[in-house]
Design a protein around this ligand. Structure first.
Ligand SMILES: *Cc1c(COP(=O)(O)O)cnc(C)c1O
Length: 424
C-alpha cells in the first residue's frame, strides 16, 4: 500500500460496504450475534465515546460526569428491574471481563470450581485456558449425560463432596435447555459455596421471560454479554445477591476495568428499554423459531442434537454432521451459499476434534429480529437439506437464500421499524 491516503480511505470504506452487502444478502445464524437498532447504534457515535468515568455513580474520580451518572443510574435501575435482581453492575466491557471479575469476587487463587467442559458447551473463560486460569483456579468438569444434554446431578454431588468446589459455574455457549440451578444451589449451600450462571447466550431470552431466570432459581451471581440474544452493543453485565454487591463491584473496578466505554453504556441502556417493551414477543418467537428449525431439519433426516428433550428450548439448534463430512466441511459448504454458521464441538468430541468437530451450531435470534417466522424456518431447513444431502447447485441455492433474505431486511421489535443492515 502506498501513501495515497485517499486510496486507503476508499479501500477501508469499500471493505466495510462489501461486508454490509454480504450480511444483507445472507442468513446469519451465528448463535452469539445479533443486530442493533439505530436507536441503540446512535449512542455508539455520541461524544460519550470520548470520555472517562472511573468509579461508581456519584463517586467518580474525574469531573464532567454529571450526565454520565444519570445514564449509568438509569442502566442500573432498568437492569435490576428486567432481571428481578437485588444488585447489578453494568461496567464490564465484555462477557469474558465479567467472568474474570466474578471469579475474582468469589474465589481465591488455587481454589477449585466446577464447570462444563468446552465440548459439553462450556465457554473457554470457564476453563484454565482463560478467566478461571487467570484467577489460578483448578477446574473439575461436570459429568454430563449426552442423551439428555444434561449435567448428571447425582454424580456431580459425589465429586463435589470430594473436591469441595467454591463455585459451581453454569450457563454455556452451547445451551439448548435450562440447567439445574436449584439442584446445584442445594449442593452449594451444603458446602457453603456459590452458584455462578453465565447467561451470555440467553440473556435476552431471560429478559423476555422465555428461559429460566437463574436469579429466581437461586444463583448467587449471573454474568452475561449483552449482544447475543439481548438487543445491546458488545458489552456485559453482572447481577448478584445483595450481600455480594461490594465484592462484585470492587472486582469490576478497580479490578478489571478503569473506564468502561460510555458510548456502549448508553447504547446498552437503550437496548434495555427496547427489551422492556419488545422483549417478550421477540423471545417467544425466537424459541418457537428454533424449535421449528430443529424439527424441520430432523424431519429431513438430519441428526439434530437433543431429540429426547424436543431439540431445544433456547435460540440454538445443534446438529451432529459427522455422517456428512463433519463441522468444518459443512460450515464452509454453507458459507458458499450465504448461510453463515459455525462448526462446534459436541459432548462426545475430545479437543483433538477442534479443527473438524462433529457438529454445527445455529442461532435464530438475528433472523427472528428481522421478522422471520416458522414458515421461513422450514424453507431454511429445505435449502440446507438440498445443499448438504443432495449436493445442490451452489449458484441456484445462493440465489434462493438471497431471495428469501431480500424479504426480511426490516428490523422488528423496536420503536421505529427500519432497514436492518445500514451503515449510519
Ligand atoms: C460469548 C460468551 C462469553 C464471552 O463473551 P464476550 O462478550 O465475547 O467476551 C462468555 N461466556 C459465554 C457462555 C459465552 O457464550
Amino acid at each position: 500500500m502506498g501513501s495515497d491516503f485517499y486510496e486507503m480511505r476508499a479501500k477501508l470504506e469499500n471493505a466495510v460496504l462489501r461486508h454490509h452487502d454480504f450480511y444483507r444478502s445472507s442468513l446469519p445464524l451465528i448463535a452469539s450475534e445479533n443486530l442493533t437498532s439505530s436507536f441503540v447504534r446512535r449512542f455508539y457515535s455520541s461524544d460519550l465515546g470520548h470520555r472517562y468515568a472511573e468509579g461508581k455513580v456519584g463517586k467518580r474520580f474525574y469531573q464532567g460526569c454529571e450526565f454520565i451518572d444519570e445514564i449509568e443510574e438509569m442502566a442500573l435501575k432498568l437492569t435490576k428491574k428486567l432481571f428481578n435482581a437485588e444488585h447489578a453492575n453494568v461496567q464490564p466491557i465484555s462477557g469474558v471481563v465479567a467472568n474474570i471479575a466474578a471469579f475474582f469476587a468469589l474465589t481465591k487463587p488455587s481454589e477449585r470450581v466446577m464447570a462444563l467442559s468446552v465440548p459439553c458447551g462450556g465457554h473457554i473463560s470457564h476453563d484454565r485456558i482463560s478467566a478461571a486460569g487467570i484467577r489460578g483456579l483448578e477446574v473439575d468438569y461436570y459429568p454430563f449425560n449426552y442423551e439428555n444434554m444434561e449435567i448428571d446431578i447425582d454424580k456431580t454431588a459425589k465429586i463435589a463432596r470430594e473436591k469441595n468446589p467454591r463455585v459451581f459455574v453454569l450457563g454455556s455457549s452451547l445451551i439448548l435447555f435450562s440447567q439445574p440451578v436449584k439442584e446445584l444451589a442445594e449442593i452449594a449451600s451444603e458446602l457453603d459455596s456459590k452458584v455462578m450462571y453465565d447467561a451470555s447466550h440467553v440473556l435476552g431470552l431471560i429478559a423476555g421471560g422465555a428461559f429460566q431466570n437463574p436469579i429466581q432459581e437461586g444463583a448467587d451471581v449471573v454474568t452475561g454479554s449483552t449482544h447475543k440474544t439481548f438487543f445491546g452493543p458488545q458489552r456485559a453485565i453482572i447481577l448478584s445477591k445483595k450481600e455480594l454487591a461490594d465484592r462484585v463491584d470492587d472486582a469490576v473496578f478497580p479490578g478489571v476495568v478503569s473506564n468502561h466505554h460510555l458510548n456502549t453504556l448508553a447504547a446498552y441502556t437503550a437496548a434495555a428499554i427496547e427489551m422492556m417493551r419488545f422483549g417478550k414477543d421477540y423471545a417467544e418467537q425466537t424459541v418457537k423459531n428454533a424449535k421449528k428449525l430443529a424439527e424441520s431439519l430432523y424431519n429431513l433426516g438430519f441428526n439434530v442434537v437433543g431429540e429426547s428433550r424436543g431439540f431445544t428450548e433456547s435460540h440454538q439448534v445443534a446438529v451432529d454432521v459427522r455422517k456428512i463430512g463433519g463441522g468444518e466441511k459443512v460450515a464452509k459448504s454453507l458459507e458458499r451459499i450465504n448461510i453463515i454458521l459455525n462448526k462446534n464441538l459436541l459432548p462426545w468430541d475430545d479437543l483433538s476434534k477442534t479443527i473438524n468437530p462433529s457438529g454445527i451450531r445455529m442461532g435464530v435470534q438475528e433472523i427472528t429480529r428481522v421478522g422471520m417466522k416458522e414458515g421461513e424456518m422450514e424453507e431454511i431447513a429445505k435449502i440446507m437439506y438440498e445443499r448438504l444431502m443432495k449436493n445442490g447447485n451452489e449458484r441456484v441455492l445462493r440465489e434462493r437464500v438471497m431471495e428469501l433474505k431480500s424479504r426480511f431486511r426490516t428490523l422488528k421489535y423496536t420503536f421505529e421499524e427500519e432497514e436492518a443492515y445500514t451503515w449510519v
